[in-house]
Design a protein around this ligand. Structure first.
Ligand SMILES: C[S@@+](CC[C@H](N)C(=O)[O-])C[C@H]1O[C@@H](n2cnc3c(N)ncnc32)[C@H](O)[C@@H]1O
Length: 195
């Protein structure tokens, strides 16, 4: 049985709507923290002009491979192991965009920082970084649902939790990536597009 993330089923269409205006000229996307790999399957189908590379920690590979095999899409690459804190970021393809969904809040700032810095380091000039998930702004939760979600995250891992948009922006600015657009998504999530 393939692993199923119900949240992917709910948010994949709104994510695709936003990305359709962002990935027009993109040829290859590296996805970080792909989880089940469902986003890659849906988005590779939806955007046949681009090559999609899913990745995650080693323990996620068996589930992702099932989705990849069943989908049998020519533009969806076999999922690869990528721990964002490692030195082993893929270098075989040039990725002109990086996509990640629901990862930053799930991990500590140390891991989130490694993800952001690693992404910034492998993107070419004009590369695009799309980050989907919940964010805090001006030190505030953007809704009661996010406050409760953050409590749940921290009970599971005290170092994890919803990150501040400003902190993400400031870090990426050091690498020449600026927030080009932000999109309000269902359930108080955002899609942030940096370039
Ligand atoms: C909440 S899940 C999101 C999965 C998927 N992107 C989605 O939207 O359903 C967070 C993901 O971050 C991944 N992750 C955690 N630490 C990581 C790391 N150091 N490197 C890469 N991925 C990591 C987890 O394995 C998990 O798949």
């Amino acid at each position: 049985m393939k692993p199923i993330a119900e949240s992917c089923l709910r948010n994949q269409q709104p994510i695709a709507e936003v990305l359709s205006g962002v990935l027009n000229n993109v040829k290859a996307v590296l996805e970080l923290g792909s989880g089940t790999g469902q986003h890659g399957v849906y988005l590779a189908q939806r955007f046949p002009h681009l090559t999609w590379q899913p990745s995650d920690l080693k323990e996620c590979l068996p589930g992702m491979r099932q989705w990849w095999q069943d989908a049998a899409l020519g533009n969806l690459c076999e999922p690869i192991e990528l721990d964002v804190t490692s030195e082993n970021w893929p270098t075989t393809l040039t990725y002109d965009a990086i996509f990640t969904a629901n990862t930053l809040h799930f991990v500590s700032w140390r891991i989130a920082e490694a993800l952001l810095v690693g992404a910034a380091n492998i993107l070419p000039l004009d590369g695009i970084l799309c980050i989907y998930g919940p964010f805090n702004e001006n030190g505030q939760y953007t809704g009661e649902g996010n406050r409760q979600f953050d409590q749940w995250l921290k009970a599971r891992d005290p170092e994890s939790g919803i990150k501040e948009i400003e902190r993400v922006e400031d870090l990426l600015a050091n690498f020449g990536l600026a927030l080009k657009s932000r999109h309000q998504m269902p359930a108080n999530n955002l899609m942030l597009v940096f370039q």
